[in-house]
Design a protein around this ligand. Structure first.
Ligand code: CS2
Ligand code: MG
Length: 413
């Protein structure tokens, strides 16, 4: 071990500019700093504790260059493997170590991942509306910002609040806007009815195609709410509108459920944002049951682990579609962009823009030009953390909503 790269300090930074974020900061003996995102929406403090109370004591003195060894040490050494908390904690350490290694090399991280395979990463933006005119305005707004691909979410007649509609009011009266997790002491409850949704969504995509034409790549997030046969039905009903993908069409703990969906529709399927390890993908990749891997670097054990999942997916011509909502911090986003630029089987990158307060705390060097994201040319990840700015934004309890059917039954949110 070259003495200078020993980890000297481990800090777990919790701040809440526009929303809660957990950031890991490692500093080597030579003063090289590495950042990692450990944000798990609505359960942030559990990862902060996992890092502070269990992982930090193990890192001090370790050689920051031994990334794979440290990954295995934290994964196998924990004995209790997998799961969102463990894998977010390991991800933060992994990304911070890659940040350090690239800074020591004096290169932007994507260069260590094999260099650029494209000019930039095609991004999709989130358009939504309570009705068609509002949705069309939102699509035009995103096209005006340079997006070349658009995710479409709408309200459903008869339902009060539905995932992903920015203009809706939350239980605190605030606009839904960019953040589904609401700063409340208990989760807000939303109502759901899949049959109303299944009747409504195809009519929306018909209207959007009539208004914006056949070429614009359109995406939709089913957000885990349909049974396999309902997902098959929606996939089929959306075929005339040639979607780029239908996401999280059914809860995928039971990976075999996708066989039924695949039997009935050719609408491309994207799944994986709630997955944490390659094992969650084993059947759906091997049986060609999805077309896009949706995992985020932050929730899947870091760059080391997600690259292995994407290499596995590449053998089946399955592409990346990395999760990029605002509850992935700018550190997690930057890590995704370095991977997006380097891998061959890149598909698309989700891009929800962070708020001004978040950008105050996290200074970023990534750019968005002509619909393409680029991680920038700074050594490392290209993100710095402003402690003074962060100090103004203390953690606030926040929860994702809980969904209930009209008879009161709890349903997937
Ligand atoms: C969503 C997320 O962006 C997406 O595809 O599924 O916004 C998701 O709801 C949040 O990340 C939950 O924290
Ligand atoms: Mg999603």
């Amino acid at each position: 071990m070259t003495t200078g790269t020993a980890i000297r300090t481990v800090e777990v930074l919790v701040s809440s500019p526009d929303r809660n974020f957990v950031t890991l900061r490692l500093t080597t003996e030579d003063g090289v700093v590495g950042l990692g995102d450990a944000t798990l929406n609505g359960r942030e403090l559990s990862v902060a504790s996992y890092l502070k109370d269990h992982v930090a004591p193990l890192l001090v003195g370790r050689d920051a260059h031994r990334i794979e060894d440290t990954w295995q040490y934290l994964y196998r050494g924990a004995y209790w493997r997998r799961g969102p908390v463990t894998m977010a904690a390991i991800a933060a350490v992994d990304v911070a170590l890659w940040d350090i290694k690239a800074k020591v090399a004096g290169l932007p991280l994507y260069q260590l991942l094999g260099g650029a395979s494209r000019l930039g990463a095609l991004a999709y933006g989130h358009a939504s509306g309570r009705d068609l005119p509002e949705l069309f305005d939102s699509i035009r707004h995103h096209l005006g910002q340079g997006f070349k691909a658009i995710r479409v979410q709408t309200s459903v007649p008869g339902l009060n609040a539905v995932y992903g509609v920015a203009a809706q009011r939350t239980s605190t009266g605030a606009r839904y806007d960019y953040e589904p997790a609401q700063r409340t002491v208990v989760p807000a409850e939303e109502d759901w009815d899949t049959r109303s949704y299944l009747r409504h969504v195809p009519t929306v995509f018909e209207a959007v195609r009539n208004e914006f034409g056949p070429e614009l790549p359109l995406l939709h997030d089913g957000h885990h709410r349909m049974t396999p046969i309902q997902a098959a039905k929606l996939g089929k009903a959306l075929e005339p509108y040639d979607l780029f993908w239908l996401e999280d069409c059914t809860p995928a703990e039971n990976q075999e459920a996708l066989r039924l969906v695949r039997q009935h529709t050719t609408t491309p399927l994207a799944i994986g944002e709630v997955f944490n390890t390659v094992w969650d993908y084993q059947t759906i990749i091997r049986e060609q049951l999805i077309d896009y891997v949706r995992s985020a670097v932050t929730h899947t054990g870091g760059i080391t682990a997600l690259r292995k999942i994407l290499d596995f997916a590449a053998q089946y011509q399955i592409k990346s579609g990395i999760h990029g909502p605002t509850d992935i911090s700018p550190v997690g986003m930057a890590a995704a962009l370095h991977l997006d630029l380097a891998i061959h089987n890149f598909g698309i990158q989700e891009y929800m823009q962070h708020g001004a307060r978040t950008n105050e705390v996290f200074q970023q060097s990534f750019t968005f030009t002509d619909g393409l994201l680029h991680p920038g040319e700074q050594p490392g990840l290209g993100v710095t953390y402003d402690d003074d700015a962060a100090a103004a934004y203390e953690y606030q309890p926040a929860y994702l909503p809980v969904n209930r059917l009209q008879d009161g039954t709890v349903h997937d949110w």
